[in-house]
Design a protein around this ligand. Structure first.
Ligand SMILES: [Zn+2]
Length: 290
């Protein structure tokens, strides 16, 4: 399959590099928050994690040749999934595909916060002590491999067109780079955009050290799910300038080390908890954990 005459891999990487560059320039020209850690160390970790993700997914798909696109092509050839069983207008099938897949990603993100073993893996993303476009690719390889299987399962049930899957992935990845970026979006524009899409100010709430805020705003692309399911928090209670980003237990420079971040899922949070309190999940109420 080709997009604009490019292979899928080249198209994806080119789009990522272009959006990342635009966001990095926007962050430099109009930063939202003052930077407390150098970009070099964090970028090394976050982009290094992306490289490890690429290697892990390549290794897994070498053994089990299943990707989102292969699953969509297979579902289409074998008549699997709702959209392969109906004859609806193409625009409607594409709209359903993008909206439903976005809900699946939202629900998966919610699950990674609520299920302790998944939170161990997902907290690698949250351990970043600053937030910028590079945070969007800071995911542990285990989480990325897990999300491939979730997406494949959803595609086999839904049966979207393979091209709709490519477009959906480009939208979600582009949106993640945008809403993790540390740039100052005019308030009026933010208010307008977030009615439908996740903005940087909306997603920054999700990276707060306060658990009640971390457990909110799970969307990566559409903002409607958080508004619909009551997980929407409009602004951080400490304000965007003063709020602490990351995890309470690790507010030092350990998250800026690649080896540390890679081993974080296997670390016991209570052993490293600071005096400010542990955030063990799955036990007690949000208020008891803060
Ligand atoms: Zn999260």
């Amino acid at each position: 399959m080709e997009i604009f005459g490019l292979g899928i891999g080249t198209f994806r990487f080119g789009l990522f590099a272009a959006i990342f560059l635009i966001m990095a320039i926007a962050e430099t020209l109009m930063p939202r928050r003052e930077r407390r850690h150098t970009r070099q160390r964090r970028w090394f970790v976050n982009l290094g994690m992306m490289l490890l993700d690429f290697l892990a997914v390549s290794a897994v798909t070498f053994v089990i040749p299943i990707t989102a696109i292969i699953a969509a092509l297979w579902a289409s050839a074998h008549g699997w999934g709702l959209l392969n069983m109906v004859e609806w207008p193409v625009w409607l099938e594409w709209l359903i595909a993008i909206v439903v897949l976005d809900w699946v990603i939202w629900a998966q993100h919610l699950a990674t916060h609520k299920i302790p073993i998944l939170w161990r893996i997902h907290r690698v993303h949250h351990s970043d002590v600053e937030m910028d476009a590079s945070t969007a690719v800071r995911f542990h390889p285990l989480e990325i491999v897990f999300s491939v299987f979730v997406k494949v399962a959803a595609i086999l049930l839904l049966g979207p067109a393979a091209l709709a899957v490519v477009v959906f992935e480009a939208l979600v990845n582009g949106s993640a780079l945008f809403n993790h970026a540390n740039f100052n979006m005019p308030h009026a524009l933010d208010a307008l955009v977030r009615r439908l899409f996740v903005t940087p100010d909306m997603h920054r709430v999700h990276h707060s050290v306060h658990v009640s805020e971390t457990d909110s705003n799970y969307g990566f692309f559409l903002s409607i799910w958080d508004q619909m399911f009551g997980t929407y928090v409009a602004q951080p209670r400490d304000g965007h300038d003063r709020m602490a980003i990351g995890l309470n237990e690790w507010q030092d420079d350990r998250p800026t080390r690649l080896g540390w971040a890679f081993l974080l899922p296997f670390r016991n949070p209570s052993a490293s908890a600071s005096a400010s309190g542990s955030r063990s999940r799955g036990k007690g109420s949000a208020s008891a954990r803060e």
